[in-house]
Design a protein around this ligand. Structure first.
Ligand code: TEU
Ligand code: CA
Length: 565
């Protein structure tokens, strides 16, 4: 495997609306990010992934773009953005931008034109279809955010396709003009100096020709979630190859494709170092360990996750990509609940479990992503009223589940508290002042009331804080090649509480022992490793391991990493 800067990187994701408000309007903005670049530098991360800051009516918080080469007024100006790029580059931090090109906003000038008439030159920029003879939607596809994926346009008497909200019409990638517009726009940003793209739902851009009905997964529902017709379409590779040859290959950048419902074999193929299209992907399989896989709405039907299943998925992905492609490592982002609440114990072992999960992500094989606030151990939130939530997915789902499924308010709120995206979108808790120091005004979404206990100010000064533990892990990854390039191998596959693996590079070896729960299981060194003698590299309990490596009793959520030969 070749050495690459993006393999050695640790990426920090910024969700600008919730990061830092600089002018008191309650909305995070670019000047706010600039105030915090030294915080990022201090943390040691090497790349920032900035969630969308483009012009947008914010139906889906910027993932509905109405101007690709303009900055959202609430966030600032293009001059502010240029200053941010400079501030990051001055500190040796690279910047990758979110590329949202499966769809635009319905307020994008292309769509405004497109819906004017059937013979408008922009009509074919989007996917328009006639109604079925009975007037109903062209097919049975369910949108990601509840209801049909089709919206009827009275003016021109046709339906348009939207896999996400009805304010996010899908672009028609079959149209060469659309592709060239996208490639020109990408080139414009790259020439402005950015270091790559995170590509939103990039595997959805090619749809099955003829747009056939999806197979029936939920017999009770009128609409069916149909990834078989959009998650791995027949022209996906052709479009990506064109993007690579026309745009990406001309720059030294990193690219990460967000690819849900996309198996490891395909991920391997599109991230192939020799002739793939993107450097790495965000896979989603491990995000389904506590839900119903294969259907999108299945995320709301939660089940207790099992460590063996998580190990099996992570290992399958590692081995599937080994030596050919590359993976991203994440347990949360702006679409997922907070990892310490989901996979740790944010009540009894908040600090221990936050550090355990961090140890896991930073010692696995791939590029780690830190989602803003994760480095502080920020947790899920419980707002009592559905009106206090802002996410369109939550509101659509609330109506769907209370009205169509007849569920009680309490049941649905329980689902939102567990899985809602707004768990990750409450403002960053900078200090213990009002609104956690995020804003001097009224925040656009409530601050998590635990900001007095969990905040950056207090953690910066505490050498044992979660924040400083992240800093240490990030530094270790920079120092030890083996943490980036070492081969991953799983041990004790069937163990219900311990996740144990090694990383191997040349004659060096790292052994990672992670106790994923609150019990005190015994670890016995596997026979194959009996010659290993390692020194403790890092661990999440202050007083290091005093027991012999051959047999140790782990403490709740204990994480231990040894390095040796
Ligand atoms: O997400 C796409 C996606 O498949 C999911 O992450 C999904 O939004 C989530 O699981 C909902 O439960 C991307 C963006 O990350 C997300 O914020 C956008 O809403 C979506 O695309 C549309 O652009
Ligand atoms: Ca602001």
């Amino acid at each position: 495997m070749k050495r690459k800067w993006w393999k050695e990187a640790v990426v920090y994701q910024i969700y600008p609306r919730s990061f830092k408000d600089s002018n008191g309007d309650g909305i995070g903005d670019i000047r706010g990010i600039i105030e915090k670049v030294d915080y990022l530098k201090e943390l040691g991360i090497s790349v920032v992934w900035l969630s969308p800051v483009y012009k947008s009516p914010n139906d889906d918080n910027g993932y509905d773009i109405s101007g690709y080469q303009e900055i959202m007024g609430e966030f600032g100006t293009l001059d502010d953005w240029d200053d941010l790029l400079t501030a990051l580059h001055d500190r040796g931090i690279k910047l990758i931008m979110d590329l949202v090109v499966n769809h635009t906003s319905d307020e994008h000038p292309w769509f405004v034109e497109s819906r004017k008439s059937k013979d408008n030159p922009y009509r074919d920029y989007y996917i328009w279809q006639d109604a079925k003879p009975d007037g109903s939607e062209p097919n049975n596809w369910l949108s990601f955010f509840s209801g049909s994926a089709w919206e009827y346009d009275e003016g021109t008497e046709q339906y348009f396709l939207h896999l996400f909200t009805k304010k996010q019409p899908d672009l028609n990638w079959e149209n060469e003009r659309v592709r060239n517009e996208v490639f020109d726009m990408m080139t414009w940003w790259l020439d402005r100096g950015i270091d790559g793209f995170r590509m939103d739902v990039i595997n959805n851009i090619s749809k099955t020709p003829g747009l056939p009905d999806g197979s029936v997964k939920d017999p009770k529902s009128k609409y069916q979630f149909a990834p078989e017709h959009f998650a791995n379409g027949p022209r996906l590779r052709e479009y990506l190859a064109e993007m690579r040859d026309k745009v990406l290959n001309h720059y030294d950048i990193m690219t990460v494709g967000e690819t849900a419902f996309f198996p490891v074999e395909d991920a391997c193929d599109i991230t192939d170092e020799e002739n793939g299209y993107v450097n790495m992907v965000f896979q989603f399989e491990h995000m389904a360990v506590d839900g119903k896989p294969d259907t999108h709405a299945g995320k709301w039907d939660t089940r207790q996750w099992k460590l063996q299943e998580l190990k099996q998925i992570m290992t399958k992905w590692d081995k599937g990509l080994e030596g050919v492609g590359w993976n991203s490592l994440y347990l949360n982002n702006h679409d997922q609940p907070r990892q310490v609440s989901r996979f740790g114990d944010d009540k009894n072992y908040h600090e221990e479990s936050a550090k355990l999960l961090a140890t896991f992500l930073h010692t696995m094989h791939g590029t780690p992503y830190v989602y803003q606030g994760e480095e502080l151990g920020m947790t899920n939130v419980r707002f009592e009223k559905v009106e206090d939530y802002r996410d369109v997915e939550i509101h659509n789902m609330y109506h769907d589940f209370t009205e169509k499924r007849g569920e009680s308010h309490e049941t649905v709120m329980e689902r939102i508290w567990t899985k809602g995206r707004d768990n990750a979108r409450t403002p960053i808790q900078w200090d213990d002042s009002k609104h956690g120091g995020f804003t001097k005004g009224t925040p656009w979404i409530g601050v998590n009331p635990n900001y007095r206990d969990i905040n950056a100010k207090q953690q910066i000064d505490d050498p044992n804080s979660i924040l400083n533990y992240y800093k240490n892990l990030i530094a270790l990854r920079k120092k030890h090649d083996i943490l980036v390039y070492g081969t991953y191998d799983l041990y004790l596959e069937e163990h219900e509480e311990l996740y144990v693996y090694t990383r191997t590079l040349g004659d060096e070896k790292v052994l990672v022992v992670l106790n994923f729960f609150g019990g005190t299981p015994e670890f016995v060194l596997p026979k194959e490793l009996e010659d290993f003698n390692g020194e403790r590299l890092v661990g999440n309990y202050k007083d290091g391991a005093t027991q012999p490596l051959e047999r140790m009793t782990l403490r709740p959520y204990e994480a231990l990493v040894f390095k040796g030969e």
